[in-house]
Design a protein around this ligand. Structure first.
Ligand SMILES: [Fe+2]
Length: 177
């Protein structure tokens, strides 16, 4: 987070993080698919930011037009799963996590944008919104059918975010670091 060049945005994100640090350190990133341990959400977000930064630095060596900045990558990496801070619950400490009542009725992207604007004060750019919407790649809401999936529709930012998210999920998602 300290590498975000925009001081105003960095301070907004840091303030939000410190205000909710207990949740980042205690909530899972899913009930069973990846990072399903206490604090898995904080671990996952840190990995997506770090992986995204590494991928960004490799890609920018070759790309003619990156169409995104390192700030974009770090901001989206931090916010992409914030809806999960208040998505799961368990019956007692150490018990398996489950969805909170009614939470499956929420659109996760809409809720994350709501958190950004209301709780953080962050207005996402159009490029950042696109990356947030499509960070699940072929599993994104409007790409739920593999026949609708067209990788070239994604931007560099959404491709970097999706790749970092996928590597974190698949490679690091089953074992607590
Ligand atoms: Fe994620």
């Amino acid at each position: 987070m300290g590498l975000i060049a925009d001081i105003h945005i960095r301070n907004m994100l840091l303030a939000y993080y410190h205000k909710n640090e207990r949740l980042f350190d205690s909530r899972p990133a899913s009930t069973k698919y990846h990072h399903s341990w206490d604090g898995g959400l904080g671990d996952h977000i840190a990995q997506v930011m770090e992986l995204g930064m590494g991928i960004f630095n490799v890609v920018k060596e070759q790309a003619v037009d990156m169409s995104c900045t390192l700030d974009d990558v770090l901001i989206i990496g931090f916010i992409h799963d914030l809806d999960k801070l208040d998505k799961y619950t368990n019956d007692f400490p150490g018990a398996p996590w489950k969805y909170k009542e009614g939470r499956l009725n929420f659109d996760e992207i809409v809720r994350t944008v709501h958190i950004c604007t209301t709780d953080i004060g962050l207005v996402l750019t159009e490029n950042q919104l696109e990356a947030l919407s499509h960070h699940h790649g072929m599993w994104s809401n409007d790409r739920s059918s593999v026949f609708a999936y067209r990788p070239n529709d994604m931007t560099t930012l959404s491709a970097i975010t999706h790749t970092a998210d996928l590597i974190s999920t698949v490679t690091f998602g089953s074992k607590k670091p």
